[in-house]
Ligand binder design. Structure first.
Ligand code: KIV
Ligand code: NA
Length: 264
């Protein structure tokens, strides 16, 4: 597979070639995903939940993400790796640079931050310093206590309009990729059309430029429960390489997600 870069991803959006993404936290899965057609691997702070067994992502540290980023990078030199900036690691531009640098030096190609327009200056600073940025809007898990639980976001008109404006602000600040999580499919479509950068959805319907799942959901072993928006590809295929291939094929063909995985 040809090496994926931010330019490849931008071209994929405009060619309507869907982008496939999964989370990974170690070398073995990173290599498996790369070998079976995954375009982007995210070292998500979801590791606080699926690896560490916590109820949310708040306790995860930059050093932990850096450790797992090194593990993932060791699995493949070619893989496009996005590393999450954890809770309270990007409260201001200077702190963001210090922490993002740790993740880039650990092998990331890009860092991901949760939030909207308030991150404008931070994103501008990071990109000026040579650090590509992915935004993250919708159900941003680091704000779970503000939301009062893991709840669908953007159902009210004013909130939906604000999310579209936030997406445009992130793009204008220099973000080169955007993740949107657990929002109504119609809003996800609107956001994907409102920006020129690729938009990757999770629980956001089929009309985004790509899809991402937490790898534990793909294989049906998440501690706790399987979210409505995910699908157990291991049960369907019987082995890991086929599960990954099938997921990628379904995302590329628009077969996943279907209406049973979306929020209206
Ligand atoms: O941490 C994570 O795994 C994520 C994805 C769900 C997008 O941020
Ligand atoms: Na995350």
């Amino acid at each position: 597979m040809a090496k994926v870069t931010v330019s490849t991803l931008a071209k994929m959006k405009h060619a309507q070639n869907k982008i496939t993404a999964l989370t990974a936290y170690d070398a073995s899965f990173a290599k498996l995903f790369y070998d079976n057609g995954v375009d982007i691997v995210l070292v998500g702070d979801s590791l606080g939940m699926v690896l560490q067994g916590a109820d949310d992502t708040l306790a995860v540290t930059t050093d932990e993400i850096a450790y797992h980023t090194r593990c993932v990078r060791a699995g493949s030199k070619e893989l496009f790796v996005v590393a999450d900036m954890p809770f309270m690691s990007y409260a201001n531009p200077q702190q963001s640079c210090d922490n993002a640098a740790k993740l880039m030096r650990a092998g990331a190609n890009m860092v991901k931050l949760e939030g909207g327009e308030w991150l404008y200056e931070t994103i501008q600073t990071l990109t000026q310093q040579g650090i590509p940025v992915c935004g993250h809007l919708g159900l941003t898990p680091q704000s779970v206590h503000v939301f009062g639980g893991f709840k669908i976001q953007g159902r009210e008109q004013a909130q939906a309009d604000k999310m579209v404006a936030d997406a445009q602000a992130l793009e204008q600040a220099g973000a080169q990729l955007l993740v949107i999580e657990c929002i109504p499919s119609a809003l996800a479509k609107r956001i994907s059309e409102a920006v020129n950068i690729p938009v990757i959805g999770i629980g956001a319907g089929k009309d985004t430029d790509g899809q991402i799942l937490v790898m534990h959901d793909l294989v049906g072993i998440s501690a706790g429960y399987i979210p409505k928006f995910s699908k157990n590809y291991l049960a369907e295929t019987g082995n890991m390489p086929e599960a990954v291939k099938q997921y990628c094929a379904d995302v590329k063909s628009g077969t996943f997600p279907t209406s049973e995985h979306e929020f209206s």
